[in-house]
Design a protein around this ligand. Structure first.
Ligand SMILES: [Zn+2]
Length: 63
């Protein structure tokens, strides 16, 4: 299981991005919301998709 975070700030084109907790490019803590612990990033995406229009994966840690 890995821990996933969501960037609360919407970015152009990519919307809200999901990061692994180990990501080198993790945004500042105040911009992040902890999503939870999942066996795969798709499951994390599923849980936040209903609250955000566009949810994508960080290309550095989940690309
Ligand atoms: Zn990342």
């Amino acid at each position: 299981m890995a821990k996933f975070y969501l960037n609360k700030e919407v970015q152009a084109q990519v919307g809200n991005q999901i990061h692994d907790s180990e990501c080198d490019k993790l945004p500042a803590r105040e911009s992040l919301r902890y999503i939870g612990s999942y066996s795969n990033p798709q499951a994390a995406q599923q849980d936040v998709k209903m609250f955000h229009e566009t949810v994508t994966f960080c290309p550095h840690c989940l690309g």
